[in-house]
Write a protein that binds this ligand. Structure first.
Ligand code: SAM
Length: 341
């Protein structure tokens, strides 16, 4: 460990700034491509596509890459997947991650299945805020979307997280026409009774040609129009560590409403993200297939400075914009679960 740190200290303080002057300070890490749910819009049923274990980055490898990223200007990290909480050793890993000097923010995105039984371990690991994916408030519909009858367990986990002081708790909702569009006001209404941040996410055509299965995309302007029945949405100013979500609040609500409008209104001009995939590839854009391999050089024994060059190369390839629009879905190779949503 001490050797690694010494090498990192010798790295020049380079900034991850792309050719369009965007400063990339946010790394999203998919620690596994495995998941314990089969959401219709995300995980293909074909288990044969799973990465062999030896192809998945080891925790020590991820931690080394994060330390290098921090030297280059990464200050915010999100752990995602697949389902991050099903990977063995995850709580120990999270504890080491949150202790890395220079990281101002470490958060976790989970489907919440394992929250109820592990919330204290997550808290002890130093995680203060979480995103939980929950696309419906209806138990049967939850089963239809995810393939598992787990709504009650997830909801219990969310309430327990609230009682343990996680703040904010963001509820990720992928809005799907014909599936959960009838529940948008009920879901948004949660922000009155709970301090949760409800984030409506536009469906993105990633990985497999499954658009036919999930109905038409439901875009942020339409969602906004529908939930306006609950009152006027008042804009909330974004904080320094905020992502691209546009934040709002209903008058008198405890929580907030956010929209991730990746399709209807590209936020590429303000994108500050890099993604480390479960297989050790660095992607500068979720919706572009360009990626740089970090695992190969890492396992060949490359120096930190050489791995830093890979970060810089990935950044130099970050496209100005993605070309995915609503009515002409463009397929992106690679699965959301391996890239990390
Ligand atoms: N298993 C964790 C979970 O369920 O939150 C983390 C991984 S999941 C890939 C991360 C987020 O991506 C979830 O909120 C999920 O709803 C979202 N997601 C997955 N596939 C998507 C798609 N095709 N379009 C938009 N969001 C998607």
């Amino acid at each position: 460990m001490a050797d690694i740190d010494k090498r990192i200290i010798k790295l020049p303080r380079l900034r991850l700034i792309d050719k369009y002057n965007r400063c990339l300070n946010y790394l999203r890490i998919s620690i596994t491509d495995r998941c314990n749910l089969r959401c219709i819009y995300c995980v293909p049923d074909d288990l044969h596509q799973l990465l062999p274990h030896k192809e998945i980055l080891r925790y020590e490898e991820i931690l080394r890459l994060v330390r290098i990223g921090v030297r280059l200007g990464i200050s915010k990290v999100r752990v995602t997947g697949g389902e991050p909480l099903i990977r063995k050793g995850v709580y120990d890993f999270l504890g080491k991650l949150t202790k890395i000097n220079g990281l101002a923010d470490v958060s976790l995105t989970t489907n919440g299945i394992l929250l109820r039984d592990n919330i204290k371990k997550i808290k002890s690991a130093g995680i203060k805020r979480i995103n939980v994916s929950m696309d419906t408030l209806n138990r049967q519909k939850y089963k239809d979307i995810t393939g598992h009858d787990m709504f009650d367990q997830v909801w219990e986990g969310i309430e327990l997280a609230q009682s343990q002081g996680f703040d904010p708790i963001k509820i990720n909702v992928v809005a799907l026409n014909g599936i959960n569009d009838d529940e948008l006001t009920d879901i948004a209404g949660l922000s009155f009774s709970y301090p949760f941040h409800i984030r409506f996410i536009e469906y993105m055509p990633i990985g497999i040609p499954h658009t036919n299965n999930i109905g038409k995309q439901l875009l942020a302007p339409e969602i906004k129009k529908r939930i306006n029945a609950l009152g006027q949405l008042i804009p909330v100013k974004n904080g320094v560590n905020d992502g691209p979500a546009k934040r709002y609040k209903f008058k008198g609500a405890q929580g907030e409403i956010g929209f991730i409008h990746a399709i209807s209104k590209h936020f590429c001009n303000e994108c500050n993200r890099l993604r480390l995939t479960a297989s050790g590839k660095l992607r500068a854009c979720l919706l572009s297939d360009h990626q740089e391999d970090l695992k190969g050089p890492l396992r060949k024994g490359c120096l930190d400075s050489e791995l830093a060059d890979v970060f810089l190369r990935a950044v130099s390839h970050k496209p100005y914009d993605h070309n995915v629009v609503c009515d002409q879905p463009v397929m992106v190779a690679g699965r959301m679960s391996a890239i990390g949503g």
